[in-house]
Design a protein around this ligand. Structure first.
Ligand code: NDP
Length: 322
């Protein structure tokens, strides 16, 4: 089969399209033929070596496709099932080994491209909004990168929970998208000073959802009201340097959390609950997932370049057959 292989860490050009051995499903695994493969910002952290991963490796975490065969011990799935998955390594490929515990059947109403990018970003938005902070209906929250893959879903889930959303984006076109998802106000980063945010939110937001990291962290902390929560969940602009914990005290007894999806889908039951909520909301049309771009698998480098140069909105998928 063909797959994208990273032989050494680096920029997008290290994503090489190569012929590799077909995988075989192990115990508790499915062998799946992806129809679409999800591209996520975390794929760039592994590619660059910011997160550790031994080379050579095939990148990619999620996708949607059809089960080809099942390994020993799998009773929940059968060949021919239409599934989506996340947390399966080596998904940028024409065949993927998927732990059955990280797969779910796709509702008929959902396209492959939506299903391929729904789980990682959707379940992330789901746990961030529901399980990491203490805002209540009517409270203001701040969502950075509101037109991004996770950002658009976060805004919608915050609005669903009754929060008033202030979002940031880098361009006016992206601001329109964030507004369309339900943000009450959208600011460019340079206009989103803590003073402005505090004025707009009656003294400070209850929660900041910050996946941008280095360039937004300081202003995010300073935009919180007393006892607010800083939810730092990513580093699109780079990792946040070490900081003085005393700032949480002087900022108003603030809370800071740095969560990651794996700990919020740690059992099969929790995975199915979250996946069911996200896929169900998408199937019923209560949640919109905007697939902003599709690239051939062989052009994964172009997809990473677009993502890291802030040229994309919504989620990005790869087509393994194009
Ligand atoms: P996005 O589609 O949101 O793309 C990243 C966005 O970040 C860009 O579009 C851009 O939007 C914004 N951004 C701001 N500064 C920069 C910069 N210097 N370089 C590049 N982008 C920048 O990506 P994803 O939806 O895949 O991921 C969003 C975040 O969520 C990432 O940080 C990712 O690591 C994190 N994440 C965390 C998880 C967790 O459990 N902790 C799980 C999944 C994702 P704009 O142009 O509007 O600024």
């Amino acid at each position: 089969m063909h797959a994208i292989v990273v032989f050494s860490h680096g920029g997008p050009d290290v994503l090489e399209y190569a012929e590799v051995k077909d995988p075989e499903p192990g115990i508790g695994e499915l062998l799946v033929r992806p129809v679409r493969i999800g591209v996520n910002y975390i794929d760039t952290y592994f590619r660059e070596g910011l997160y550790p991963r031994e080379t050579p490796y095939i990148p990619g975490d999620e996708g949607a496709g059809v089960v080809v065969t099942v390994g020993t011990g799998v009773s929940e799935f059968a060949p021919g099932d239409r599934v989506a998955w996340c947390r399966a390594e080596s998904s940028y490929a024409q065949y993927v080994r998927v732990p059955a515990a990280h797969a779910v059947r796709v509702p008929d109403e959902l396209s492959d491209e939506v299903a391929a990018s729904a789980l990682l970003q959707g379940m992330t938005a789901h746990y961030l909004v529901n399980d990491t902070h203490r805002a209540v209906p009517g409270d203001y929250v701040l969502v950075h990168a509101g037109a991004g893959g996770v950002g658009q879903l976060l805004i919608q889930m915050c609005v669903h929970n009754g929060f008033k959303v202030i979002a940031t984006t880098s361009t006016e076109d992206k601001a329109d998208i964030a507004r369309a998802r339900g943000a009450q106000a959208v600011l460019r980063y340079e206009d989103a000073s803590p003073e402005t945010i505090k004025r707009m939110s009656d003294g400070g937001v209850a929660t900041v959802f910050d996946g941008v990291g280095a360039s937004t962290f300081n202003n995010s902390l300073a935009s919180l009201r007393a006892r607010g929560t800083m939810v730092l969940y990513g580093a699109a602009s780079g990792p946040v340097p070490p900081f003085d914990i005393q700032r949480l005290n002087s900022g108003g007894s603030l809370q800071l959390t740095r969560p990651t999806l794996a700990h919020f889908i740690s059992t099969r039951e929790e995975f199915l609950d979250r996946a069911g909520d996200v896929l169900g909301a998408l199937a019923r049309g209560e949640l919109t997932l905007d697939v902003g771009a599709t690239f051939p698998l062989s052009e994964a480098a172009r997809a990473h370049r677009a993502l890291q140069s802030r040229a994309t909105t919504g989620s990005i998928v790869l087509d393994p057959l194009a």
